[in-house]
Design a protein around this ligand. Structure first.
Ligand SMILES: Nc1ncnc2c1ncn2[C@@H]1O[C@H](COP(=O)(O)OP(=O)(O)OP(=O)(O)O)[C@@H](O)[C@H]1O
Length: 308
């Protein structure tokens, strides 16, 4: 059986007396973008730092391609690239000098470094700034350099801790596009407190609240987790709401004004089939019907309440 890229088993961490994360389990079998979502102080950075070997967990184990990071920390770290929340940039070096330095501390063989630095600068769109001091770059380009240092040694797993924090909207879009490109042939873990960010670029979500994992799954599963889907209908010759409530599978009817309704459903697909059939039979003149998904914001608020 193929080893997952990342396996986190019962990991807990305590700073002094206070537990920051408790009994975290995660598995990332393949390439793609895995979002680690949580509000401020939820434990994201603690988990990222442990995953990348910057911090040693109090309890539990982490396996990178089957290697236990406690026992094979150097070999595991070769497979990981990390952009921490505060990028470890050296402002007085040029972009190229800095990336040579980073490739060196990742123990790359000397002869492989020039090509690796060239590739990382090309991938991150900073080739034209190779001779510029990092301090003279904009925030967005400094972040690109931070990303370049995370991929210079061609890691299979790249971990970004809040990579778009503090950037302006255009820079955020640029960095997200770059992360998507990087994830085409690597596994990427991205931590964020922004639901929009997860929605925009992630394939899977892990959500932590107050140190506990409260959800893991795909975006669709996340969306359906707490609040059931609802069906929006518009009928030109609508019956009374009580009549709609009699349709099998409809649990609640909300009037939206005019001849529009929101139907709460046990199974939305089933209710759509029923609604089409009933409308045809009773000549309600169905004008529009569609599934309404709960916003991630609503789910986030519900999940946060659940852990309180
Ligand atoms: N070095 C430390 N010493 C003591 N407590 C810490 C330390 N670092 C983090 N904590 C505490 O651990 C908990 C989790 O913090 P962490 O930074 O991992 O959360 P986070 O989700 O990354 O939040 P943020 O987005 O604000 O960085 C918080 O209660 C925080 O105060």
């Amino acid at each position: 059986m193929k080893e997952p890229i990342v396996r986190v088993e019962n990991v807990s961490h305590r700073y002094n007396v206070q537990w920051a994360i408790r009994d975290i389990n995660m598995e990332m079998p393949d390439s793609g973008i895995y979002g680690l979502l949580g509000s401020n102080g939820a434990g994201k950075s603690t988990l990222m730092n442990i995953l990348c070997g910057v911090l040693r967990q109090t309890e539990g184990n982490i396996f990178i391609k089957g290697m236990n990071t406690k026992k094979n920390s150097v070999a595991a770290k070769r497979l990981i690239g990390f952009l921490p929340q505060k990028p470890p940039l050296h402002m007085d070096l040029t972009v190229e000098e800095y990336l040579y330095h980073c490739a060196g501390i990742r123990l790359m063989p000397d002869e492989e470094i020039p090509e690796a630095v060239e590739n990382a600068m090309t991938e991150c769109g900073i080739l034209h700034f190779r001779n510029r001091l990092i301090r003279n770059l904009s925030g967005g380009y400094q972040q690109r350099v931070g990303i370049a240092q995370a991929i210079v040694h061609s890691p299979e797993l790249v971990v970004f801790d809040e990579p778009t924090n503090g950037l302006d909207p255009n820079q955020i879009l640029d960095i997200r596009n770059l992360i998507k490109k990087i994830a085409e042939n690597r596994t990427v873990i991205l931590s964020t407190h922004m639901l929009m960010e997860v929605q925009a670029i992630c394939d899977y979500i892990f959500m932590v609240e107050e140190g506990h994992m409260v959800f893991s799954g795909s975006i669709d599963e996340f969306d359906n987790y707490i609040i059931p889907n609802t069906v929006f209908v518009s009928l030109l010759d609508a019956p009374a709401p009580e009549v709609l409530l009699e349709i099998p599978g409809v649990t609640k009817v909300e009037e939206l004004g005019g001849t529009k309704f929101r139907l709460m459903a046990v199974d939305v697909n089933d209710v759509i089939d029923q609604m089409v059939a009933y409308s045809y039979k009773n000549a309600w003149r169905l004008n529009e019907i569609r599934v309404e998904k709960s916003s991630l914001n609503a789910i986030f608020a519900e999940l946060s309440k659940k852990t309180k």
